[in-house]
Each structure stands twice: as structure tokens, then as C-alpha cells.
Write a protein that binds this ligand. Structure first.
Ligand code: ADP
Ligand code: MG
Length: 474
């Protein structure tokens, strides 16, 4: 078959007849080409339609702009995100129309922060999080990725950005975060409870024992003290009586004279009252110790009571005396106290004593560690020292406990109040001392505890306590 095109023209002849003068052209080729082009156009349109269906039905937002920033594609999901049927917009107007915010949901995105703009500028945008809060529509969290697009010759022709709504995922993430916060909180509470149990268990067990011993010591002590009081005049009487004998029997027998010499009678008569005096003094000291033991180990009530801080510190020092005195490695640790007078503090005395104990024990540890490479003589020249000061400042009591021990690094300092943090060998440290101290001072007494320290110089703990319990109930 052939396609032809014919054309003819009438031409009148001399005889009047009409003759058709024409040509016939075979146009099969042209026609075929035309048909092919038509077919190609049709299939292209179909493909485009198919692509459009995909682009507009996908749940991710797709937005494309040309090289000038004019929006050339804006799929249905994007329109939905923006809550309005936004038509092509010049880049300068994006920011006004798009209610886009930083991930905080508060700070608006400036034009240069909008992912499509960044993509057009040549940046490869990957998973940029932003919040979209349109006037008509719901607030969503979007994750945007995109980049510039180039034609086959390498000319930039625009940019494309794909946005995914991650609001639900975020919600789940936030819920998870909240859960883990809750868990952390619960763990903290548990750790605090553990500290309280440890310290109250230890205190009550030790406290009961010590208080019991101190109490039991009191009776025999009282008896000795009373007897000594009695013994002194009695011996005085006996000595006087003996002297009477001596004066009324000037010619004593040899036996008596020899015996007197043997037992060094003159010396004994002189020494005996002194012996009784020192026994009385020792007895007084024992009584002090007993009182201190009872002060230190006194059981706390479940409400705060007025307490003399100074007594608490002194009794704690006394309990630690065995660790402070001289040994083969070092002379005694000097303890310098500088107390200012102030009223009693409403507190849990047993707990505060525990704090003093923990801090002082740490100071002794730090001093002993600083002695490690020093000789006895060296230490003597620059003696181990603990300085304790109390003062009243703006209605709160300030207690400073400083040592000139080994000090600590900034890194250690950050962690000392952490539960179970210790730099000491197993058996020497539990890492609970300062955690307990912090809990008692801050949580139980509404006070403050801070530390200053310098490696090689020493450490200073400063405790601040409100005078009255009303500051914070536990
Ligand atoms: P522990 O004494 O059982 O190690 P603490 O909670 O009492 O636990 O102390 C924690 C850590 O703080 C100690 O291991 C030590 O490293 C540091 N530390 C505490 N007090 C001092 C101090 N006076 N000088 C130097 N380091 C100290
Ligand atoms: Mg300790």
C-alpha cells in the first residue's frame, strides 16, 4: 500500500474542453514519520501521567524548583504538609508561606536554612530535621534530604528535596526517652535508698554497740571515780597516822628501819597522792571518751533536734584518735580547730557526725597517701595537718575541713560525690562516703557541700547548713 498526494489543475483547451493537469506524489514516508511521532507523543504522555500518579500519591513530600528558585513541582504530600494548595512561589516568598521551624519547634527557619534553598545552593542535604506548623493543618516533624539537579551538560537546572513525616516515629522516640528518664530516676531513687539503708544500718548497728559499751563503761567508771575521790583523803589520813607513829616512836627497831628503806617509804609517801591524782585525771578522760562515744553514736530521732556542732566534731576527732596519732611512718597528724560560737543547729546529729567522720577519714587517707614517698623527717618538716573551722555566715553555719594531703585531679573532683566512685583499692574504699555525705547535707538538711582541691597541695570541703530545720524537711 502506498500513500499518495495528488494535485491537479484544470486547464481550458482551445477547443473549450477542460483538461486536468496534475501530479501524483508518493507520500508514504512522510506519513509514516508523522504517525510514529504521534505514537511516541502518546506513550510519553502516558509515562508522564504514570509518573505524576506516583509523585502525587507517594506519602513523602517532593518539591522541585528550577535554577531561579521557582517551584516547578510540589506534590500532594507537600501540599498537605503545608496545609494549603500552594502554587508556584518565587524563592523570596518561601519563608513567608512555609511555617518551618528548627527541631525545637520555636525558632523559625530563615530562608537560607530551608532545605530546598540549601540544595539549590549546592549543598547535599541529608536528613535535616525540621518542624512544619502550618496555620491550616497539623504540626509535623519532617526529615528532609535533597540536592541540586544538573542537565546532561552539567548545568545546574534546579534542586529537589524529599521530605518524610517522622512525627509518629518521634513520638515513640520521645516516649522511649521519657521511659529511660523515668528508669534513670527510679535507679537514682534506689541508689539513694541504698545509701540511706547502708548508712542507717551501719550507724544503728555501730551506734548501738558503741552506745552500749559507753553506757556499760559508765558504772565501773563512776565507781572508780567515787573510790578515788574517797581514797585520797583516806590515804592522807593513813599517812598522817603513820607520821604520828614515827614521831612517837623515835627509836624504831632495825626491822622497821630496814623495811622502810627496802620499800623506799619516803618516796612512796610523796608519790602516792600524785598517783591518785593521775588516776583521777585518767578517770576523767575515760569519762570524756564515754560521753563523746555517746554523743557520736547517738541515735537520731525522726525529726531534727538542736545540736552543738562543735561537740559533734570533737567527738568525731576523738573516735578517729587512733588514726591520727604518730606511727612508724609519720608523726601525729596535727588537728587544728577554730570554732566560732553560734547557736545549736537543728539537725539529725547522728547523720552529721557520720558526715564529719567520712570527710575526716578521707582526709587521713589523703594524708597517708601523700606520705608515701616522704621520709619521717621530711614529713616532720612539713607536717600532716587537718584544719577545721566553723563560722556563722548569713544565717547559715559554715564548716570547713581542709587537709594538706595529696589533693585530687579535676577529673576525680568531678566524680567524688558519685555513688560507688573510689580511687582506693578494694577493701580500702567503698566509694560511698561522700555520696552519703552529700545526701545527708543536701537532701536531709537542705545544705550545701562543695570541694576545692589542688593536686599535691590539699583538699578543702566546705559545708553550709541552715541554722533552722524549717529550711527543708526531709
Ligand atoms: P572512698 O573513701 O571509699 O574512696 P569516698 O566517697 O569517701 O569513697 O571518696 C571518694 C573519692 O574521693 C576517694 O576515693 C578519693 O579519691 C577522693 N577524695 C575524697 N576526699 C579526699 C581528700 N580529702 N583528698 C583527696 N581525695 C579525696
Ligand atoms: Mg571515704
Amino acid at each position: 500500500m502506498k500513500w499518495i498526494q495528488s494535485a491537479a489543475r484544470p486547464e481550458r483547451q482551445a477547443d473549450g474542453a477542460i483538461l486536468w493537469d496534475g501530479v501524483v506524489i508518493d507520500i508514504s514516508n512522510v506519513y509514516n514519520e508523522l504517525r510514529l511521532r504521534k505514537e511516541a507523543e502518546a506513550s510519553l504522555a502516558k509515562e508522564r501521567e504514570f509518573l505524576n500518579v506516583i509523585i502525587h500519591n507517594i506519602t513523602d513530600g517532593i518539591v522541585v524548583c528550577d535554577a531561579s528558585g521557582k517551584l516547578t513541582l510540589f506534590n500532594n504530600a507537600t501540599r498537605e504538609f503545608h496545609g494549603l494548595p500552594v502554587e508556584s512561589l518565587p524563592a523570596e516568598q518561601w519563608a513567608e508561606h512555609f511555617s518551618l521551624y528548627q527541631p525545637d519547634g520555636q525558632t523559625p527557619l530563615s530562608i537560607t536554612e530551608i532545605p530546598l534553598f540549601r540544595a539549590l545552593e549546592g549543598e547535599i542535604v541529608e536528613n535535616a530535621e525540621m518542624v512544619i506548623a502550618p496555620k491550616h493543618g497539623s504540626t509535623r516533624i519532617l526529615l528532609a534530604s535533597g540536592q541540586a539537579i544538573f542537565d546532561p551538560l552539567g548545568n545546574k537546572v534546579g534542586a529537589v528535596v524529599v521530605m518524610r513525616d517522622i512525627s509518629d516515629r518521634k513520638k515513640v522516640e520521645l516516649a522511649l526517652q521519657q521511659k529511660s528518664l523515668d528508669l534513670e530516676h527510679a535507679l537514682n531513687n534506689l541508689q539513694n535508698a541504698q545509701l540511706q539503708i547502708v548508712q542507717s544500718e551501719k550507724m544503728s548497728a555501730l551506734g548501738n554497740l558503741v552506745a552500749g559499751v559507753a553506757h556499760e563503761m559508765n558504772n565501773p567508771l563512776g565507781f572508780i571515780a567515787a573510790s578515788l575521790k574517797q581514797a585520797k583523803p583516806t590515804f592522807g589520813d593513813i599517812i598522817e597516822h603513820l607520821k604520828l607513829y614515827q614521831s612517837s616512836l623515835p627509836n624504831a627497831s632495825d626491822e622497821i628501819k630496814n623495811h622502810a628503806e627496802e620499800i623506799d617509804l619516803d618516796y612512796s609517801l610523796e608519790d602516792l597522792p600524785k598517783m591518785i591524782d593521775s588516776m583521777t585525771m585518767a578517770c576523767d578522760r575515760l569519762k570524756n571518751i564515754s560521753t563523746s562515744l555517746r554523743t557520736f553514736s547517738r541515735a537520731d530521732k525522726d525529726y531534727k533536734v538542736p545540736f552543738n556542732i562543735r561537740q559533734g566534731i570533737d567527738s568525731t576527732i576523738l573516735i578517729l584518735k587512733h588514726r591520727l596519732k604518730a606511727n612508724e611512718q609519720r608523726p601525729a597528724i596535727e588537728v587544728i580547730t577554730d570554732y566560732s560560737t553560734f547557736p545549736q543547729v537543728e539537725c539529725f546529729p547522728g547523720q552529721l557526725n557520720q558526715v564529719f567522720m567520712n570527710i575526716l577519714a578521707n582526709a587521713i587517707d589523703a594524708l597517708d597517701e601523700s606520705n608515701a614517698n616522704r621520709s619521717f623527717e621530711e614529713i616532720k618538716l612539713n607536717p600532716n595537718r587537718i584544719t577545721i573551722k566553723t563560722s556563722l555566715e548569713n544565717g547559715s553555719v559554715k564548716i570547713t575541713i581542709a587537709d594538706n594531703g595529696k589533693g585530687m585531679t579535676e577529673e576525680v573532683k568531678q566524680k567524688i560525690f558519685d555513688h560507688l566512685f573510689t580511687t582506693k583499692a578494694v577493701g580500702n574504699g567503698t566509694g560511698l562516703g561522700l555520696a552519703i555525705a552529700r545526701q545527708i547535707i543536701v537532701e536531709k538538711h537542705g545544705g550545701q557541700i562543695i570541694v576545692e582541691s589542688e593536686v599535691g597541695k590539699g583538699t578543702k570541703f566546705v559545708i553550709q547548713l541552715p541554722l533552722s530545720a524549717s529550711a527543708r524537711k526531709s
